[in-house]
Design a binder for this molecule. Structure first.
Ligand code: PLP
Length: 399
């Protein structure tokens, strides 16, 4: 047998968001004054009480293996949070703690998919979903949403994509990259569809604490017993508690699915970091004021970004209601010429912005949204002002 490689692994696209963030970091290390709108993580430090809990955990010897799917005490904390914050009843046997939300999602797809099962993914989507589905031998099916519907999928669109191979739908609210939030009515319609078709719904609620204005986060599994049974709810501490590096995500699901996910995890990684698990208990059970402070700071930046972008020529965006991203339609810009050449794509626009304007943005081709870019406001107000000035200068220079 020759030295061939896995076809499945070779079919995986490396994450372009991480690549652009790395490029911005590299240029900064070279001394360039780069504004990075690529950030997928809060710019705040992890709150002090959470760090203290981790230090105490080390000192108290919580440094050994824990049960593979997480400690009982953390599962109890997650169960309480599900109950009080989301209105969901998940017992400890229905909860799995993993190495970040990405790991939780990967485990979910491995637990529910058989070869060729299709998963409906409303687009624009977070770019990891299709790759995760493929790694679990499933088939990702892109369901393109419309701007006039706030980039939220409708039952008609789901119906059109549904086949006898459809196994699950992914709903991400608040959404990365669009910043949109599904209302109760919209979720109810999707829930009715899921129950009628008798399929799974993977609900990615990673940004559930970062919701602004009058919008309210609703967990779809809380809408009734039938949808609860079919939903797998995912969240984590990365975005809400500025804990991206700690790598803790968690899932609430049926005990049957949780058991399968635990078995997979027990062989793949064993337990998530024991110290981070202790820190997560403090995050979920301790004071929540710092989360609210971060949310308010994001909200100020969100309003500023929306206001500025709305007044720029050739681009447009909807007012984001959640997460920390503004999703910008740049189709008119890419149709124009820069230095005598048609820009052509959001990817090319991102290249020009980084090379000629020291500004990193995320082109959304890999989010199934060509002609769009994602700007994160998880950076300081000063950086935002500077970066938007540069983007505006670029837009004013196209013809
Ligand atoms: N879900 C969404 C929509 C995300 O944007 C991310 C991170 O970027 C995750 C899940 C995974 O988060 P983590 O693995 O950092 O916990």
């Amino acid at each position: 047998m020759s030295l061939t490689l896995s076809k499945k692994a070779q079919a995986v696209k490396p994450s372009s968001t991480l690549a652009i963030t790395a490029k911005a970091k590299q240029l900064r290390a070279e001394g360039k004054d780069v504004v990075g709108f690529g950030a997928g993580e809060p710019d705040f430090n992890t709150p002090e009480n959470i760090c203290d809990a981790a230090i105490q955990a080390i000192r108290e010897g919580h440094t050994k293996y824990t049960p593979a799917s997480g400690t009982v005490s953390l599962k109890q904390a997650v169960s309480k949070k599900f109950k009080e914050f989301n209105g969901l009843d998940y017992g400890v046997d229905q909860i799995v703690i993993s190495n970040g939300g990405k790991h939780s999602l990967t485990n979910i797809f491995m637990a529910i998919l058989n070869p060729e099962d299709e998963v409906l993914i409303p687009a624009p989507y977070w770019l990891s979903y299709p790759e995760m589905v493929k790694l679990a031998d499933g088939v990702p099916v892109t369901v393109t949403t419309k701007k006039e519907n706030g980039y939220k999928v409708t039952v008609d669109e789901l119906n059109a994509a549904f086949t006898d191979k459809t196994k699950a739908i992914v709903i991400n609210s608040p959404c990365n990259p669009t910043g949109m939030l599904y209302s109760r009515e919209e979720l109810q319609a999707i829930a009715d569809f899921v129950v009628e078709k008798d399929i799974y719904l993977v609900s990615d609620e990673m940004y559930e604490n970062l919701v602004y204005g009058d919008a309210k986060h609703i967990s779809i599994a809380s809408l009734g017993d039938e949808i609860y049974k079919r939903t797998i709810t995912v969240s984590g501490v990365a975005k809400s508690y500025a804990m991206t590096g700690w790598r803790i995500g968690y899932v609430g699901a049926s005990a049957e699915i949780a058991k399968l996910m635990s078995s997979i995890q027990s062989h793949a990684t064993s337990n998530p970091n024991s110290i981070a698990q202790k820190a997560t208990e403090e995050a979920l059970l301790g004071p929540q004021e710092t989360v609210e402070k971060m949310r308010q700071e994001f909200d100020k930046r969100r309003k500023y970004m929306y206001e500025r972008i709305s007044h720029m020529p050739l681009v447009s965006c909807l007012e984001p209601q959640g997460a920390f991203y503004v999703f910008v339609d740049v189709r008119e810009v890419v149709a124009k010429k820069y230095k005598g050449e048609v820009v052509g794509s959001a990817a090319r626009m991102a290249e020009i912005l980084i090379s000629d304007f020291n500004t990193a943005v995320i082109p959304c081709e890999d989010f199934a949204a060509p002609g769009h870019i994602r700007l994160s406001y998880a950076i300081s107000m000063e950086q935002i002002e500077k970066g938007l000035d540069r983007i505006e200068t670029f837009i004013n220079s196209v013809e």
